[in-house]
Write a protein that binds this ligand. Structure first.
Ligand SMILES: [Zn+2]
Length: 252
């Protein structure tokens, strides 16, 4: 069968056998794909770097006659994002971002919006990281949810009463005023003030280039990231291990 060319980010790798790994790649036009990468191929083609976690690379893959999984023939790195693997903090953030992307994307379905967002975020994290990581996280999570169609509705409270927003209900994906919030008894909600509501609205509704361009105080940024994490967890209906790990690293 003819070779297939793919371009994308390695978002996951698991050991398959003594001599091979399975890579998950979020690729341009083809969405999420699994690729079996044997060690003999890697040493022969010198593609070891290109297949590392977080690398943005070109891959040449093929399928055996009997079908099955895509197999790696060659790989060439475009952007290694080397700093992401040199700091525990950056590694923890990048792993969570890639995990989220893997959960929001489907095999073989084009998800170029999420790929673009992931590349943009990894690039910023690779370059700056440190204090800016919480802001990157909040923007990445909310924009990824938007791309996947799960962003919260930022048009005010569902009642349309125009009251001040007090809460975000992650499971329902809506903001509530005080009156409506009182009726949400028993449902998990997060308190949000005006600043957080406006920041979320900005991130969710602005254009790609502008989404990262806002300033917020340190405490608000920390809380914004916390709200975005809770919202993501509720939408995925799953507690990701990479988020637990990130929280642990952040508390060190
Ligand atoms: Zn209301």
């Amino acid at each position: 069968m003819a070779n297939i060319d793919l371009r994308g980010v390695v978002t996951r790798e698991v050991k398959y056998s003594e001599n091979s790994r399975i890579l998950t790649v979020l690729s341009k036009d083809m969405g999420k794909v699994s690729i079996l990468a044997g060690r003999s191929r890697l040493s022969r083609s010198g593609a070891l770097i290109a297949t590392q976690l977080f690398c943005y690379s070109d891959f040449e893959v093929f399928k055996n006659r009997d079908g099955g999984m895509l197999r790696l023939n060659e790989a060439e790195v475009i952007e290694p994002f080397a700093d992401l693997r040199s700091s525990l903090d950056k590694m923890a953030y990048a792993s969570y971002f890639c995990d989220v992307a893997n959960h929001l994307c489907y095999e073989g379905t084009e998800q170029n919006g999420i790929l673009r967002l992931l590349l943009n975020t990894l690039s910023k994290l690779n370059k700056d990281g440190g204090d800016g990581a919480l802001k990157l996280e909040a923007v990445f999570l909310l924009r990824a949810l938007r791309e996947a169609g799960f962003a919260p509705d930022c048009g005010g409270c569902v009642c349309g009463g125009g009251g001040r927003i007090k809460l975000l209900c992650p499971a329902d994906g809506v903001f509530c005023c005080e009156e409506c919030a009182a009726k949400k008894e028993g449902k998990f909600c997060i308190e949000v003030n005006d600043t957080i509501y406006k920041a979320i609205s900005y991130i969710v509704t602005s254009g790609d280039a502008a989404a990262f361009s806002f300033s917020l105080g340190e405490n608000s940024t920390r809380y914004l990231a916390e709200v975005a994490e809770s919202y993501m967890t509720a939408q995925l209906e799953k507690q990701l291990k990479t988020l637990e790990y990130l929280k642990m690293v952040r508390d060190l």
